[in-house]
Every structure is written in C-alpha cells, then in structure tokens.
Design a protein around this ligand. Sequence first.
Ligand SMILES: CCCCCCCCCCCCCCCCCC(=O)SCCNC(=O)CCNC(=O)[C@H](O)C(C)(C)COP(=O)(O)OP(=O)(O)OC[C@H]1O[C@@H](n2cnc3c(N)ncnc32)[C@H](O)[C@@H]1OP(=O)(O)O
Ligand SMILES: Cc1cc2nc3c(=O)[nH]c(=O)nc-3n(C[C@H](O)[C@H](O)[C@H](O)COP(=O)(O)OP(=O)(O)OC[C@H]3O[C@@H](n4cnc5c(N)ncnc54)[C@H](O)[C@@H]3O)c2cc1C
Length: 668
Amino acid sequence: MAKINEDLNREREKCSFNVKELTILMDGGPEKTKERKERENFMISKRDTYAGIPEDYLSYKEQYEKAVKKSVIVFGLVRRLQEEGKTTIHNYRDVLGNLLRASDVSTGFPLALHYIMFMPAIINQGTDEQTARWLPRAWDCNIIGSYAQTELGHGTFIRGLETTATYDPITKEFVLNSPTLTSYKWWGGGLGQTANYSIVVAQLYTKGECLGVHSFIVQVRDEETHMPLPGIKIGDIGSKLALNGINNGFLGFNNYRVPRNQMLMKHAQVLEDGTYVKSRNPKLNYGAMVFVRVVIAFDMANYLSKAATISVRYSAVRRQCQSKAGEQESQVLDYLTQQHKLLPAVAACYALKITANKLWDTFNTVNEELLAGNLQRLPEIHALACCLKAISTYDTATFIETCRLACGGHGYMHSSNLPTTYSSAVAACTYEGDNTVLLLQTARFLAKTWQEIDNETGKLTPTVEYLKTTKSKGFSHKWLNTTDNIVYGFEVVSMRKIASCVQNMQKRVASGMTFEDAWNMSSIQLVAAAEAHCRVIILSTFNSEIKELTKTTSPELKRVLSQLVDLYSVYWALEKLSDLLQYTTINHEDVDGLRSWYEDLLTQLRPNAVGLVDAFDLKDEMLNSTLGSYDGRAYERLLEAALKSPLNSEPVNHTFHKYLKPFMLGKL
Ligand SMILES: CCCCCCCCCCCCCCCCCC(=O)SCCNC(=O)CCNC(=O)[C@H](O)C(C)(C)COP(=O)(O)OP(=O)(O)OC[C@H]1O[C@@H](n2cnc3c(N)ncnc32)[C@H](O)[C@@H]1OP(=O)(O)O
Ligand SMILES: Cc1cc2nc3c(=O)[nH]c(=O)nc-3n(C[C@H](O)[C@H](O)[C@H](O)COP(=O)(O)OP(=O)(O)OC[C@H]3O[C@@H](n4cnc5c(N)ncnc54)[C@H](O)[C@@H]3O)c2cc1C
C-alpha cells in the first residue's frame, strides 16, 4: 500500500473515538457491517470487468453501453444472492443499497427503475395472481421493466395525463392510445433501449366513462428480438445534465392492445363485462411513489457521505496560506470558515441516514396497517414522505455543492467526482415529484391538521402531536442553549407558521377570494411551513435517536455524537434565525450565545472530522475521486488522472496542422 499522507496520519492519530465502533453503530450491528462489506467487496472485485477509459471521456452511446455492462454485473449479483437465499423481498433494499453504494454509479443504471419502481408497483398494486405471475419473472430479470408515468405535457399533475386505456369487453383487452403529442410518455428510466416491459399509467375508460389514472403492465419490446412491438413508438430522450446511462425513454401508443388481466387490480378492478369496481381509496394507487420517496432519502445520505468524505480528507491534505508569519502553511481544514462549510454537511449525513431509517420503519408499519384495511395513517405517511424527500434532496444537493466549492479549483475537476456527485444528486429534487409540489402536499395535510386542532376534532397522528402541545404551551423565554430547547423552538416556529397560513387563507376567503386563489396567494408561506415541519422531524429524530443509540456506546463516541447533534441543531437555528426571532421570544443575547456555541462546536469537532468521515467506510473504489482517497495522495492522483485525458495520447493533435498553423500563418 502506498504511503499515507502525513497530515492524514496525524488526523487519524488524534481522533478521540473508535471509528469502527461508529461504523458498526450506523450499520445497525456487526452482522450488518459484515454483510455490507461482503457485498461491497464483491462489487469492487468486479471492477476489472468494466474498467477502462473514464466515463467523462466516453460518447453518449458508449456511456449507455458501459452502464448496461455494469448493470448486469450489479444486478447479476442480486440474482446470485437470491439463488443462495441471501436476497429476499424483505432485505433487498439493503442489498441493492449496498451494491449501488459500492458501484461507481457515475452515469446511473438503466436497470434501476426495474428494481425501484417496476417491481414495487407490482407488489403494491397487483393482485395475488398478478404478483404470482409477474414477480418471479421480474425478480429473475427474465423480463426487464420501466415505469412510464410522466408525459411530455404532464409530470406533476397526474390527473392530467392524456394516454388512454379503453376497455374492449368483446376481446377483453385494453386499447392504449397516445391521442396528442403531449400524451407521449417521457422520462421512463431504462425505457429507451433496455426494458421490454413497463408499468404504464393511463386514463382508464370503460363503458364510455373516464375513471381516472390506473396502472398497466405493458410489453413494449419482443422478448426474443427486443424489437419494438407493432403499435409502439419508443426511443431514448437524449442527453441530460447527468445520469446519461439511465436511458430515459419516450413511448407512444397506436391502438396497442393489452389483456384485461394486465391492469394492476389490487385496489380497483375492471370486470370482464367492463364493470368498474372502485378502490377503497384511489390514492392507494400512488403507493409505489410513497415507497420510492422513502428510498430516495436513503440514497441522499449515500451521495452526501461520498462528497463529505472527499472534501474533508482533501481539506486535511490541502495546505494554503500562512496563518501565522514564518509558520508552515495551514491545512485548510483549520480555517473556521472551512469547518463551517464541511462539518454541517458531515452532521447532515448522519441526520439524514438516521431519519431515513426511522421513516422506513414508519413506512413499513403503516404499510402493514394499510394491508390490513386500516387507511387512517395514509395521509400522514404521504405527507411525511413528501417533505422528507424534498428536504433531504434539497439539503443534499446544496451541501454537495458547498463541499465541491470547498475544494477550490480541484473540486471543479471531474476526476474529483464532486461534479458528477452533485449533478446526479440534484436530479432527485425533480424526480419522484418536484420538491415545491411535494412540500405543498405536506402543507395541505398540515393545514387540515391545524383545522382539526382548532375545531378539536379528530385524533392526531404521532408526527403532528407536537402542534397541539406547542399550541397550548407556547414559547416563554428560553435560552436556546440545548438541542432540546432548539427542537422545541423549531416546533413553535412550525406551529405558528401553519397557524398563520391557515389564518391568512381564512381571511382571504372571508374577503371574497376563492379557496384556490387564497391557497395560491399563501403558497410561498405554505412551502415554508412544510419545510419548518420537516426540520422538526429531522432535528427531533436525530436528537432522540442519538440519545437512544448512545446509551450503549463508549463514552468517547457518545461525546462526539452529542456534539454532532448539537452542531446540526445550532447550524439550523442560525440558518433559520429570522423564523426564530419572528415566532419565538428569543433575543439578541440568545443569538450571540448561539453563535459562540456554534464556533465552539466547530472547534471541538475539528479534530474528529476525518474520523467522522472515515466511519462511512467508503473505499477508494467507491469514492472514485482523485481528492478523497484514504491515503490522501491527491496530487499524484490528479496527475495520473490528467494523463488519461484522450488529448494526452499523442504529442501533437491534428488540429494544429489543420487549423492552428494555417491560422497562425495568416492563411485561414
Ligand atoms: C428498492 C431498493 C432501493 C435501494 C437503494 C437505491 C436507491 C436508488 C435511488 C432511487 C433512484 C430513483 C431513480 C429515478 C426515479 C424517478 C421516477 C419518477 O420520477 S416516476 C414519476 C413520479 N411522479 C411524481 O412523483 C408526480 C408528482 N405528483 C404527485 O405525486 C401527485 O399527482 C400530487 C401529489 C402532486 C397530486 O396528486 P393529485 O392526483 O392531483 O391529487 P389530488 O389533488 O386529486 O388529491 C390530493 C389528495 O390525494 C392525496 N395524495 C396524493 N398523493 C398521495 C399518495 N402518494 N399517497 C397518499 N395520498 C396521496 C393527498 O394527500 C390529498 O388528500 P386530501 O387532502 O384530498 O385528503
Ligand atoms: C432524472 C429524472 C428521471 C426521471 N425518471 C422518471 C421515470 O422513470 N418515470 C417517470 O414517469 N417520470 C420520471 N421522471 C419525471 C419526473 O417525475 C417529473 O419530471 C417530475 O415529477 C416533475 O414533473 P414535471 O417535469 O412535469 O415538472 P412541472 O410540474 O412542469 O414543474 C415545473 C415547475 O412548475 C411548478 N409547479 C407545477 N405544478 C405546481 C403546482 N401545483 N403548484 C406550484 N408549482 C407548481 C414546479 O414547482 C416547477 O417549478 C424523471 C425525471 C428526471 C429529472
């Protein structure tokens, strides 16, 4: 192994806690760490089979072809583990999560949607017979699926989708059509060239009546030749900001027929004679979207951990300027401004992972209740998944960009892997529901909840209980000198923001405005209220879970994790100062206190910065970064990577003779 950079060695020597203990804690126990490492090591051992020119230098087509090659390796392992009984429907989130974390997903996977949406849609919305028929084939990858919901004209407004599925009782088939240009499906992952099936979301017509959007399993390509089937127009949508291996596609239908039993009928049915049987709740059809929003929160913690590891290690290695005359140049990590850029990002990795775990447990509990016919918590889990998806993706993208900027010029290099990490993660602010739109969904739930509290009707679900408590207790002056107090401060902010939105809307309606116009006029505030609620969820979960988890850890680890929770809460208190000043009784002394507490926390955490990112246990092959390797040889790697530029394969490029020389001689 190459020599480790001395600065990094020193960082590791002064770390006050046991890094392995933290890794195991975050994995959920030694057994989980062992399983994760096995999966990751397997992925890494396969690297040679697809190594070669870095993807940034490949053409669009080559990027896709390489992404297919990588996909069959990753997902081939999923299949092998399944054959050995190690992957089941219950642990496949962990298995896939580990494998995807270990793969260099720089352009994304064209098979991702097969696992993340095609199969979950069948499980969530298919009858037992449909699941028994389709899932084994999908699970074995005998068929490959996509998810085609969004159209050229509509993504957010699902009720506005234009693709039609008209039931023909004579042949017992649905006839699919794309009646307009804007009805063309657009964006389906893996749909362009990879999948041969897709879930298609279309307006259902039977007995001359439109019954809203429903999902269908639709074969789009021949299983043998992979040619598009007659009546199907399909292709790739073209180059994007990133994720060019994901192979997003378009899809149009011309009188294309699918058998009746390919409408997913767990919740609503069309009987043979065309009679429509309504779902208990039409929103149950949106179950796959709730699931994916929960999964995205996990994925964000992974992206951010990579960016944080790269930028913290590099900041320990990078020396710039002399803080004190005559002394060695300082590690940039010693500058408080640099710590302010990086340490909240590190804390956010832990906060998001822990909150995503909790959300996952809640999702599973609620899902079991739904299966048992109890729909009471459906609105709550939808509201929770919407705001956590929105805030986790927005925070992740913002923190990654901060980490990238914190690496100066070298952070702009593709070889640092920070630009690709950013451009891939930021897509999640849009996919699976635009963030503003999702926050407005959460706000809708909160506004209704507030009216129930006002009218003292209905039983509150657990995640909004605090609205009632804070309404009755209010906020008498409290120093914001503990995380518990800061969490309470945020609860009050959230409660007052929601209360004020509802009040403003009521005033507008009373003055003659329609409810819809009053909603639109209040929507900037509504989005802010939903964000405030989500901050409460993340802060309080992080705070309470760390208290619980550290009951059994070493005192050294307990100390650093408590500092991390404090740093995260004080950081957000300072970021949202105007809210706290407006809605609580804190004063300028509290603010001064918060600032100096924050500065102290940065200083206390500084010696453990490298240990905290080492604990993510991301191997060099997973980071894929010239700046972030474990040994800190950033400069050597930058030069090695530069030499791989195709322009360095010959001493003189032909454009010199063709253009430059004639131009220099005045002949062009
Ligand atoms: C698995 C292994 C993982 C391993 C780890 C690996 C990680 C990998 C990471 C993932 C990579 C992902 C790849 C990319 C995937 C992108 C796929 C897509 O974008 S696909 C495309 C994704 N596209 C989108 O996400 C589109 C976004 N748009 C939407 O979701 C909706 O249309 C809407 C929510 C905006 C409104 O809907 P609209 O129909 O107009 O609604 P109305 O006004 O009629 O009624 C509102 C009422 O309905 C209620 N309700 C609503 N939704 C739900 C729900 N889900 N539930 C429950 N309830 C719901 C709502 O509360 C309200 O109730 P109430 O107040 O009346 O009581
Ligand atoms: C990388 C990527 C992968 C994707 N993969 C898939 C896939 O596999 N399958 C699939 O079906 N789709 C997929 N999508 C599509 C994605 O789900 C949609 O782009 C997303 O839901 C947003 O919808 P839209 O593009 O129609 O945006 P629009 O709704 O047109 O949003 C444009 C703007 O209008 C605003 N806006 C819209 N409605 C409202 C409102 N009611 N109130 C206030 N503001 C509003 C938004 O906030 C936004 O600022 C993917 C998208 C991306 C980027």
